[in-house]
Ligand binder design. Structure first.
Ligand code: COA
Length: 259
């Protein structure tokens, strides 16, 4: 399907979604958020795709929600906008296929929130992160106040939220907001290499890991361990488990089928 504000490409079982409004630093207007929802669904539904990379065109990953749209919103429109955006971001987070954010530049506000909804964040040395909503007189609307403390802890999250300060990639890495920092020219190669490593593993196992972490983080340790043991049991019924273990015993690479 053609997108007005995204580029979408599939190669080597990796779908790359590129937010493509570089003249507006890839700010997320409503249309772009809707297209992101379509694109992640297309990638998840495509049997030829096993992993997704999300990045931005030009010097930004995403510089936030589009302030020109936010500026005139009524309270009910704002609440609806936040809920719609949250629902789209949640589709990235709950994708059964790994989603890697390749953070190439500004990742602010909704951009930081979108990166946090991805499973792994690889940052270019040029990336900048922040939740500057308080500078605009608002709170984050796309899950930032919830995912940021889960990722970096309460104190570091509140420091970022209350100051609105931008931090560089090294500091984001130190906090656990970025999982790796690489030179800008290596960003996409590194994201693809990571996706390729994941693609060599069993797809049902990948889905299970994502599901266990997502559901486990929202519940008690005891309940999370039950979720894990249920998945452990279910995966033991799969051909992929038999293949993975047989391949180990035969000292050869496994060939997984997702069954
Ligand atoms: N919404 C709408 N437009 C945005 C935007 C946003 N979140 N972020 C950047 N843009 C637009 C600018 O208005 C400008 O458009 P113009 O050329 O038509 O005037 C263009 O993108 C380039 O941005 P500019 O501010 O000129 O670049 P810069 O290098 O001087 O500054 C930033 C870069 C990221 C520091 C700055 O753009 C910024 O602070 N953006 C807003 C970040 C933010 O508050 N996000 C949270 C929103 S809830």
């Amino acid at each position: 399907m053609p997108y007005a504000n995204l580029l979408y490409d599939v190669a080597d079982r990796i779908a790359t979604i590129t937010v493509n409004r570089p003249d507006k630093l890839n700010a997320l207007n409503d249309a772009t958020i809707a297209e992101l929802g379509v694109a992640i669904d297309v990638a998840v539904d495509d049997a030829e795709v096993g992993a997704v990379i999300l990045t931005g065109a030009g010097r930004a990953f995403v510089a936030g929600a589009d302030i020109s749209e936010l500026a005139s919103q009524s309270p009910l429109e704002a609440q609806r906008r936040a809920r719609d955006g949250q629902a789209v971001f949640r589709r990235f987070e709950t994708s059964p296929k790994p989603v890697i954010a390749a953070v190439n530049g500004f990742s602010l506000g909704g951009g930081c929130e979108l990166a946090m909804a991805c499973h792994v964040r690889i940052a270019s040395e040029k990336a900048k992160f922040g939740q500057p909503e308080a500078k605009l007189g608002i709170v984050p609307g796309f899950g930032g106040s919830q995912r940021l403390p889960r990722l970096v802890g309460r104190g570091a999250a509140l420091k970022l939220l209350l100051t609105g300060d931008m931090i560089d990639a090294t500091e984001a890495h130190r906090l656990g907001l970025a999982d790796e920092v690489v030179p800008a020219e290596q960003l996409m190669d590194r994201a693809r290499a990571l996706a390729t490593t994941m693609l060599a593993n069993g797809p049902l196992a990948l889905e299970g890991c994502i599901d266990a972490v997502n559901r486990g983080l929202d519940t008690t340790l005891e309940e999370g361990c039950r979720i894990e043991s249920d998945l452990f049991g279910v995966l033991s019924a799969t051909a992929d488990m038999r293949e993975g273990m047989q391949a180990f015993l035969e000292k050869r690479p496994a060939t997984f089928t997702g069954r």
